[in-house]
Design a binder for this molecule. Structure first.
Ligand code: URA
Length: 439
C-alpha cells in the first residue's frame, strides 16, 4: 500500500479496496502514514464520499484500533446516547445521570468541541479537576458503582476515532455523512451496549442542515447498529436555534446542573425527558411510550439524578461542591449585556455564528490539542417568536477581555435577527423526526 496512491484514488472518486483502506488506516495508527497524508485523505473522503463498504471498513478499523468494553456482567440494560453536535447542546450531562436513575447503565464515550459545535468533554472539564481520561478499568468501575460515567476516546478505546476526530475538527472535514457515521458508531459499538439512542441535529447549526441529509445520516447509523446487532433509534431534533440559553463550556455545565435541579430552560428539559424516555424503552422494550415518559419526568422531578451526577463527578475526580453553587462556573472576567437596538419580533437566533464566535473567544479550538477557556460564552436570552422592545436584553457575553467582548456583542447582534413587530415566525418542532429501522 502506497499512501499517496490511496489518496489519489479517493481524490479522483474511486472506490477503495477494503484491504487497501484498512492498510492505510492501520498504517496511520502505527505512525507509518503521517498526519499530512491523513489530512489529505480526509479531505478527499469528504469531497468524494465513502460507499457503504468503505464506511464499514472505517467503522471496523476504528473499533478494532482499541478494545471493546465488556460490561455484560452489569445487572441491567446498557444504553447510551450520542448527538451529532449542536450549539448549546448540553443534554448529555443531565441525561446520563437521569437514565442511570431509571435503571440503565450508561457508559458514555463523548467528544470534544467539533467544528462550530461544543463537546461534552470540554463542558465536563469546566468542573474543576473533572477527569475525562480514565483508564478502561476505572471507567467500568464508575459505570458499575454509579450507573453512569462519561469520558473520551482513549489510547485504549477507539484511539483511531480520537485522532481522526481531532484532525477533522481543524481541517474542514466534519460535515460528511460517512465520516460522522463511522466516528459515532465506532465509539458506541466499543461501549458494549444493548441499546443506543442518537440525537441527529437538523437546521442551520447542524453539520447537515437539511432535513433530508440529516435523515440519511440517521438511517445510515441505524443501519450500522442493526448490522452489528445493536438496537439503535435516532431522533431528529431542531438545531436552527441554540438549545437552551447557555452557549460555552462552563455556562452549559451550569445550565445542565440547573436542569437536574428541575430548573433551567424548558426546551432543554423537554429534550432531556424525551431522550430519557427513548433510552428507557430501548432498555425495557415492554414499556409504552407514555409510561416511559412518565418515568423520566418523575425521576427528573425527584432530585435523585442530581445526586447521581454528584456521585459521578466525585468518582471522576471533580469538585462536586460546584453542584451546590453552579454559578461558580461563570469564570470569565468580563460580562457585558447586549440590548436590542430596535423593537420587533425575533425571527431567528442563528446558532452557527455563536458557535464560531465561541471558538474565536477561546472556548473552542483552531488547532489540534489546544486548551479551551471554560468560562467564555453567551447567554442568549431571546428565542424566535419573542417580542422585544428597544433596549430589551438580548443576551449576555462572557469573555476574557474587552476586545473579546466587542467581538462577542457583534456575534449576538449578528445571530439575533429582529423583524417587524407581529411578524410571523415559523418554528421547526424541537423533535422533528424519528428513525428506528434502516432504510
Ligand atoms: N460526534 C462524533 O462523535 N463524531 C462526529 O463526527 C460528529 C459528532
Amino acid at each position: 500500500m502506497i499512501p499517496a496512491r490511496i489518496i489519489e484514488q479517493k481524490r479522483d472518486g474511486g472506490v477503495l479496496r477494503a484491504a487497501d483502506l484498512a492498510a492505510f488506516l492501520q498504517g496511520y495508527l502505527r505512525g507509518e502514514v503521517p498526519d499530512y497524508q491523513m489530512a489529505a485523505f480526509l479531505m478527499a473522503a469528504y469531497l468524494r464520499g465513502l460507499d457503504d463498504t468503505e464506511t464499514d471498513v472505517l467503522v471496523r478499523c476504528m473499533l478494532e484500533s482499541g478494545s471493546t468494553l465488556d460490561l455484560a456482567h452489569l445487572p441491567g440494560p446498557r444504553v447510551d446516547k450520542h448527538s451529532t453536535g449542536g450549539v448549546g447542546d448540553k443534554v448529555s450531562l443531565a441525561l446520563a445521570p437521569l437514565a442511570a436513575e431509571l435503571g440503565l447503565f450508561v457508559p458514555m464515550l463523548a467528544g470534544r468541541g467539533l467544528g462550530h459545535t461544543g463537546g461534552t468533554l470540554d463542558k465536563l472539564e469546566a468542573i474543576p479537576r473533572f477527569r475525562t481520561d480514565l483508564s478502561a478499568a476505572r471507567f467500568k468501575e464508575v459505570v458499575k458503582k454509579v450507573g453512569c460515567a462519561i469520558m473520551g476516546q482513549t489510547t485504549e478505546i477507539a484511539p483511531l476515532d480520537r485522532r481522526l476526530y481531532a484532525m477533522r475538527d481543524v481541517t474542514g472535514t466534519v460535515s460528511s455523512i460517512p465520516l460522522i457515521a463511522a466516528s459515532i458508531m465506532s465509539k458506541k459499538l466499543a461501549e458494549g451496549l444493548t441499546g443506543l439512542l442518537l440525537d441527529v441535529k437538523v437546521g442551520s447549526g447542524a453539520f447537515l442542515p437539511e432535513e433530508a441529509r440529516a435523515r440519511e445520516l440517521a438511517e445510515k447509523m441505524v443501519a450500522i447498529g442493526a448490522a452489528r446487532g445493536l438496537p439503535t433509534v435516532a431522533l431528529l431534533t431542531a438545531m436552527d436555534r441554540p438549545l437552551g440559553v447557555a452557549v460555552g463550556n462552563g455556562l452549559e455545565a451550569e445550565e445542565a446542573i440547573l436542569c437536574l435541579r428541575g430548573e433551567g430552560p424548558a426546551d432543554l428539559r423537554e429534550l432531556v425527558v424525551a431522550q430519557a424516555a427513548e433510552m428507557v424503552r430501548l432498555g425495557f422494550p415492554d414499556l409504552t411510550p407514555d409510561a416511559a415518559r412518565r418515568r423520566a419526568e418523575g425521576a427528573l422531578g425527584s432530585g435523585a439524578p442530581l445526586e447521581r451526577f454528584r456521585r459521578m463527578v466525585e468518582a471522576q475526580g471533580g469538585d462536586a461542591s460546584i453542584l451546590d453553587r453552579p454559578e461558580r462556573l461563570r469564570t470569565a472576567p468580563v460580562q457585558v449585556d447586549v440590548r436590542a437596538q430596535q423593537a420587533g419580533t425575533v425571527l431567528e437566533v442563528a446558532p452557527r455564528p455563536l458557535g464560531e464566535a465561541l471558538i474565536a473567544l477561546g472556548g473552542g479550538r483552531t488547532m489540534m490539542h489546544q486548551p479551551v477557556h471554560p468560562g467564555v460564552g453567551f447567554e442568549v436570552r431571546v428565542a424566535p417568536g419573542d417580542a422585544v422592545a428597544k433596549g430589551d436584553l438580548l443576551g449576555v457575553v462572557h469573555t476574557k477581555d474587552e476586545a473579546g467582548a466587542a467581538l462577542a456583542v457583534e456575534a449576538v447582534r449578528g445571530a439575533v435577527r429582529i423583524g417587524a413587530p407581529g411578524e410571523e415566525v415559523v418554528h421547526r418542532p424541537l423533535i422533528c423526526g424519528r428513525v428506528d429501522r434502516p432504510k
